[in-house]
Structures are given as structure tokens and as C-alpha cells.
Design a protein around this ligand. Structure first.
Ligand code: FUL
Length: 513
């Protein structure tokens, strides 16, 4: 009998310390009519990523290579009538591109296989407007192959950008014909280059009111991708990864990954995207509050649709010699990192190779400066070794570097606190928090405090956390800190917590404005 009790106790303790509950795959939930607001909020609290979205979320930092005909014509949007012979890099080395990214901490790269000018960086069978008719390598080169090979060699994720808008194809505007053409190109890219991890569909189209109107067969595009590359996420004009709404790299203070299903409508996405090469996307749209209670309680269905913040290291997306002195500084890139990765969003940083076919020295320098600052910042988590206590359960999991184990509250408590007692007083100015998105995104409001010897004082407050939240603040020195979760959609979860110190005081400044 005693033995049996021991075994039962052991089972209870084990299942309490490592909660295996997961909502992965529950990424599209219909809201039945008649549900109360509370019931809808509970549903939302259990929406979680699909397996492919979960893999994508963990990348945090990815890169774009905008390279193509525009690199040689000094344009941002080519017209589609450029002579393929103009494309002629003198020293193209895709291994250098991928190596530079890897050394900067990037986990996945995306190559513009075809931009709006329709020029293909691979020798597509379906058009003459490609590298096969260029002077580069006597028409025998394939940039997509070079990049995908380098990614495989350096264990880097590989993605493709294929512009739906095509100013060269004679089929564009003749919907069925162009859809077939586009799917043929997709098939080439998804079958001949090994594993593809991301397919990026741009919503931009500058045809104007009297231009060609192409009706995309998006369902057919998506099924083809799912069939040929089931692990690939489909981004922007796609259902897996959402465009944050601006091209600045700066995310929202409140960023939900659970949104009404309408957010995935490709026509809506296109409507908000760029219509003119000189006009930046509508920033107001990017600033809108998405996924807050009033929005989701009016929805018909809810989806997991996490944000991606895209931005270029230079003023343009393509390389221009006269931008060589305008490469963003390491400090600016770090600011962008804190304002994207640190605000529950992926960072997609564009690094455009130059006319030689190399990443320019100035860009390399900025990237390595950025990497060095981030490495110094996150080298020591001052919370390590702290004594933790809380009114919830499994508090020690927030320091175990395992995103699957997590602190939460008992019963159906939607608030809670965690006390952090450091072995000795520390000066800190960064707080890092992560929810367990295997369960979902729940936290709506939190306050971080320190004890000054007499009383608790507020360091900083926030709303959403999600996959990751990084907060910078004026330095505080203390041994005792407290995190209070003040509102959550259901039992809050916290999988990791970190306390850090920036290597330079100037890095605390938000440079967005
Ligand atoms: C925009 C495009 O028009 C730009 O040229 C660039 O490719 C950017 C990432 O997306 O919508």
C-alpha cells in the first residue's frame, strides 16, 4: 500500500513539474455563434502556432537578399523591359552572403528569386527573362542554386521571394494563364533546390486603376506549396506569417499573435501594401491595435498569425552605390532588434549584395558591430542563481533555458507574481520575458518592480509578451525584483526570464522618431 502511494505521489509530482500540455496545431478556431465574451477569450487563450509556425518563431532573426536586375540598373522597381545582358556580377559569392549573415546571428535567409520586373535569378524553363540570357557565367549561372547550396553547407534556413506582380510576363493580367505560369515557376523553385523553409509573397502591385488586373489563384498556390514543401511557412500574402504593416523594423507595443481570420485575406493585405515605388506603406495601418479583446470578440474565427517586421539595412531594398555611406549603424540595428524581436515579432533584415555580387564592406561592418553589442548584452543573465518564489507553480522553470517548461498559476487564476532575489545587488537595464506559446499567448498586462530597501517601485510596465518581449529602461540597482502579471486571458505562463545590462548607456534610446 505504502509503495502504491509513493508511486502515485511520484506520478503527480512529475506531471506537475513537466507539464506536457500543448496546443500546437490549434491555429485556426471557429467561433460558434452565441458564445459569451468570456468564452471567446478562453478560446483565444488556447490558439497556438502550427508546427511550422513554431519552428519559424524560434528563428527570431532572418535576412533578405534583394538582388537582381535592379542592382545593375540602380532602380528599386524595374519595368520588366530591361536587357538580361545588364545582369553581370563580377565576383558573385553567395557563400560570402550566407557567412556574413551567419556571423551576424541570422538563422534563415530569403533570396528575391524574382522581383516585380520578372527577371529570374534561376534559369527558369518558362521565360527568357532570366540569368540564362545574361553574360554572367556565360548564361550558365544560377543564383538560387548558389544561395541554397551555401545555406545547406552552413546549416542556415533557406527561403524564396517570388513576386506575384510581374511586369515582364506577357501573361500577367490574363489570370488563368499567369496563374499557370506562376505555379510552374513555384514548382521549379520548390522541387529543384532542396528544402525550402519560407515562401514570401509580396502584396505590392503598382498597376494603378487602369493597369492590368490579375486574379491570383491563391488557394492553388498554397496547396502547391503545402504539397511540395510541407515545412515551409508562407509569409505576407500567405496564412503563416503576417507583415507587421510598415517597412521600418519597428513593431507595436501591444502585439498579439492571435487575430481574426480576416487578417489573412490576401486582397486586404494587397490593399494595404505598396502601390508606388516612392510611397512607403501606410504607417497608420501598421500602428493599428490588432488582436485586442474588442477586436477578437467580434471575429468569426481566430488564427495564430505572428508578425514579421521587415526593414532594409540601407535606405533602399536594392544596392545603390550612393547609399554606401547610409548603411544603418550597429546602434540603430540593435535598436531595431529590440523593437522587433523584442516586441513579439520576427526581424527580417534586408542586406542587398552589390554589383560585384558581394555584401559590401560597410554592411559587413555594421552587422558585426550589431552582433558584438547583442552578444555582450545577453552574455550574463543576472537572474541566474536567484532564489525564486511565487504564488503560482513551477517557478524555477523560468531559469532553466527550456522553453517548454513554464511557470503558471493554479486553478483558474489569471494574475500572479514572481519574486526574484539575487545573490547580490545588480545594476540592470534590460528585462527579457517569454510566454510558452505551445500553450498560446495570454498575458495582457504586467509590471516589473524593484525593492529599494523600503518599498517596491515600478521599473517598467507592459501589455503583451508573446514569444519574446525585451524591455529597456533606466538602470536600477537592487537585489530584489518582482514581476506582477496583472491581466491575462487565462492562466498566464512564463517560460523564461532574463535580467541583463546593456554595454553602453546610449543603447537605451529608442531611435524610431
Ligand atoms: C515591397 C516591394 O515593393 C519592395 O520592392 C520590397 O521587395 C519589399 C520587401 O516589399 O512591397
Amino acid at each position: 500500500m505504502e509503495k502504491l502511494i509513493c508511486v502515485l505521489c511520484f506520478i503527480v509530482i512529475v506531471s506537475f513539474t513537466k507539464d506536457v500540455k500543448t496546443n500546437i496545431g490549434n491555429n485556426n478556431v471557429t467561433i460558434k455563434s452565441g458564445l459569451t465574451e468570456k468564452e471567446i477569450i478562453r478560446l483565444a487563450a488556447n490558439v497556438a502556432p502550427s508546427e511550422r509556425q513554431y519552428q519559424w518563431q524560434q528563428l527570431e532573426f532572418t535576412a533578405f537578399f534583394h538582388f537582381g536586375m535592379n542592382t545593375f540598373t540602380d532602380r528599386e522597381w524595374g519595368k520588366g523591359d530591361e536587357d538580361p545582358k545588364l545582369f553581370n556580377p563580377t565576383a558573385l559569392d553567395a557563400r560570402q552572403w550566407v557567412k556574413v549573415c551567419k556571423e551576424a546571428g541570422v538563422k534563415q535567409v530569403i533570396i528575391t528569386a524574382k522581383h516585380h520586373d520578372g527577371f529570374c535569378l534561376w534559369p527558369s524553363k518558362y521565360t527568357e527573362h532570366s540569368v540564362k540570357n545574361s553574360l554572367w557565367k556565360g548564361g550558365k549561372g544560377d543564383v538560387v542554386r548558389d544561395v541554397s547550396d551555401a545555406c545547406r553547407e552552413m546549416e542556415m534556413g533557406f527561403g524564396i521571394y517570388l513576386s506575384p506582380w510581374d511586369r515582364n510576363s506577357p501573361f500577367y493580367g490574363d489570370s488563368p494563364k499567369y496563374n499557370a505560369y506562376f505555379m510552374n515557376q513555384l514548382t521549379e523553385l520548390l522541387t529543384e533546390y532542396g528544402k525550402v523553409d519560407e515562401v514570401w509573397f509580396d502584396g505590392a502591385c503598382g498597376e494603378g486603376p487602369n493597369g492590368k488586373k490579375q486574379v491570383y489563384d491563391v488557394d492553388a498556390f498554397y496547396s502547391l506549396i503545402r504539397k511540395l514543401q510541407p515545412g515551409a511557412v508562407i509569409a505576407i500574402a500567405g496564412p503563416d506569417v503576417r507583415w507587421i504593416g510598415s517597412e521600418s523594423g519597428y513593431g507595436r507595443e501591444t502585439e498579439w499573435s492571435v487575430l481574426p481570420v480576416e487578417a489573412q485575406n490576401p486582397d486586404e493585405i494587397a490593399a494595404h501594401s505598396q502601390k508606388d515605388v516612392n510611397k512607403v506603406p501606410n504607417l497608420d495601418w501598421g500602428k493599428q491595435l490588432l488582436g485586442v479583446r474588442s477586436v477578437i470578440t467580434a471575429a468569426k474565427a481566430l488564427v495564430w498569425f505572428p508578425a514579421e517586421a521587415d526593414v532594409s539595412i540601407r535606405p533602399g531594398w536594392f544596392y545603390h552605390t550612393n547609399n554606401d555611406s547610409l548603411v544603418k549603424t550597429p546602434e540603430r540595428l540593435v535598436d531595431i532588434y529590440f523593437s522587433s524581436v523584442g516586441k513579439n515579432s520576427g526581424l527580417l533584415l534586408n542586406i542587398p549584395p552589390d554589383k560585384r555580387g558581394l555584401i559590401h564592406e560597410n554592411d559587413v561592418k555594421s552587422l558585426s558591430g550589431m552582433r558584438s553589442i547583442l552578444e555582450k548584452t545577453f552574455a550574463t543573465n543576472y537572474a541566474t542563481g536567484a532564489k525564486l518564489s511565487s504564488d503560482g507553480i513551477r517557478v524555477n522553470s523560468i531559469l532553466d533555458n527550456d522553453k517548454l517548461t513554464f511557470w503558471t498559476t493554479a486553478g483558474d487564476k489569471e494574475t500572479g507574481y514572481i519574486l526574484i532575489s539575487l545573490p547580490k545587488a545588480q545594476r540592470i537595464d534590460v528585462l527579457s520575458l517569454q510566454e510558452n506559446i505551445h500553450i498560446g499567448q495570454r498575458i495582457e498586462k504586467f509590471t516589473f518592480e524593484y525593492y529599494d530597501g523600503n518599498q517596491w517601485k515600478t521599473v517598467i510596465q507592459g501589455t503583451t509578451i508573446g514569444y519574446k518581449r525585451l524591455l529597456r529602461f533606466a538602470p536600477v540597482t537592487s537585489r530584489e525584483f518582482r514581476l506582477k502579471i496583472e491581466a491575462s486571458r487565462l492562466n498566464p505562463t512564463l517560460s523564461e526570464l532574463g535580467l541583463y545590462k546593456l554595454p553602453l548607456d546610449s543603447l537605451r534610446i529608442n531611435m524610431e522618431h
